[in-house]
Design a protein around this ligand. Structure first.
Ligand SMILES: Cc1ncc(COP(=O)(O)O)c(C=O)c1O
Length: 397
């Protein structure tokens, strides 16, 4: 096997951090702004406003200097006090994080694991909720990045509300890639982060509680939270002009301002459509390679495509060869899926040729590992999807 080449051109094709458009990178090289000066306050106000468009909400999108897990933690710190009855509906690694957080805050936890690679099915959730009366908050995931599964948050929200509970959704990898219409669907809290479909560096966590969630948070006040206290940040963000209770991550706000402007220019629905096309092309490539998608085959799984690797090869070597030999960084499987799947991302600043590059490298890695693959078959299938769609399928420049 060829030696790793540190000078090779790099292609970041993982599901977060994701690649960043050049103008989003460049703005961060500008001189740092004082966070109370008008120049920054204008950016801060614009970002807060633009975030509402992507979250599809009129709620205040609360921003924290943290990774996505910080946004998630805020949704537990503000809704849970010791003994709160909580149900976590998970289907992979990141769903399990909700359970860890709920335990850390002393919840009376029911953890329903739908199984890695399965969806959280609304009918099954309904059953779990009827078996466990008195659940106050349900935590689940929009896009389970460890498996590629995208859940039907609209249907899950209906089930949770019928049971009289609140729902908080981890949309760290899904927000801005697949539709999540927070207000239309009545989702109580959406948590997210800056480093995936929002095309920014890691460092900002978000939570967008609605009034019901804020009311509940008022009931749990004084339960051991400080930085992630929603009221503190809400109070500052609602001022005119808005103000942050803590020093905001100034360069990331500058980056987010540019990135959200790009999403606005492309149009959110067109952004979703681009992700749909990238997902479809990737799945077509996988099938043409005679490999299977891990999990249900789903037209909505447009954040990351998880591919079952042939059992005859050492699967853990696929991402390693791609990164060290070809400079293409994809993700392998996590935990029990290590060596069993490869995850090809298409979330954020991705276009058709990112997918073609990744699939080409993937085919070559399989061939290097001794799998009998017809070079070009996956690439050709993806090309055909892009040509048939008749759209450029490039990410905006
Ligand atoms: C679905 C999902 N939830 C939560 C997280 C955790 O986010 P972070 O690593 O930004 O804390 C990730 C990160 O990959 C994710 O994909």
């Amino acid at each position: 096997m060829p030696e790793a080449n540190p000078y090779i051109k790099q292609y970041l094709m993982a599901a977060g951090p994701t690649p960043i458009p050049p103008k989003v990178s460049q703005i961060q090289a500008e001189p740092i702004l004082y966070h109370r000066a008008p120049a920054f306050v204008a950016i801060y106000a614009r970002v807060l406003d633009r975030l509402k468009t992507v979250f599809q909400t009129q709620n205040e999108v609360l921003t924290f200097s943290a990774s996505g897990s910080g946004g998630m933690e805020s949704a537990v710190a503000n809704l849970v006090k010791p003994g709160t009855k909580v149900l976590v509906a998970s289907c992979g690694k990141f769903g399990e994080r909700w359970a860890e957080l709920a335990e850390a805050y002393g919840a009376d936890l029911v953890h329903w694991d739908a199984g890695w690679g399965n969806r959280v099915e609304p009918s099954e959730l309904e059953q779990k909720l009827s078996e466990n009366p008195g659940i106050e908050v349900v935590y689940t995931t929009l896009s389970e990045t460890s498996t590629g599964v995208v859940n039907d948050v609209q249907a899950l929200t209906e089930v949770v509300h019928n049971a009289g509970a609140l729902i908080a959704v981890d949309a760290v990898s899904g927000l801005g890639a697949v539709p999540l219409r927070q207000d239309d669907w009545g989702v109580d809290v959406v948590a997210a982060g800056s480093q995936k479909a929002l095309m920014c560096p890691p460092g900002l966590g978000f939570a967008s509680p609605n009034q019901a969630a804020l009311d509940r948070a008022a009931e749990t006040a004084g339960q051991g939270r400080y930085y992630f206290d929603w009221q503190k940040t809400l109070k500052g963000q609602k001022k005119d002009p808005p103000d942050s209770p803590f020093t905001p991550a100034v360069p990331i706000f500058m980056a987010l301002d540019v990135a959200l402007g790009m999403i606005e220019d492309e149009g959110l629905e067109n952004v979703f459509e681009r992700h749909r096309l990238l997902g479809r092309a990737t799945r077509a490539a996988v099938k043409a390679l005679d490999l299977e998608i891990f999990g249900p085959e789903d037209e909505n799984s447009n954040v990351v495509t998880a591919v079952k690797l042939p059992e005859s090869i050492d699967g853990a070597k696929v991402p390693k060869i791609m990164r060290d030999t070809y400079g293409i960084t994809i993700a392998g499987g996590q935990n029990q899926l290590k060596g069993k799947i490869a995850r090809i991302a298409h979330t954020g600043y991705f276009g058709a040729f990112d997918i073609l590059t990744t699939v080409a490298g993937f085919e070559m890695a399989l061939r290097e590992l001794g799998h009998d693959v017809e070079l070009g078959s996956g690439v050709g299938a993806a090309q055909a999807v892009f040509l048939e769609a008749g759209v450029p399928a490039g990410a905006p420049a």
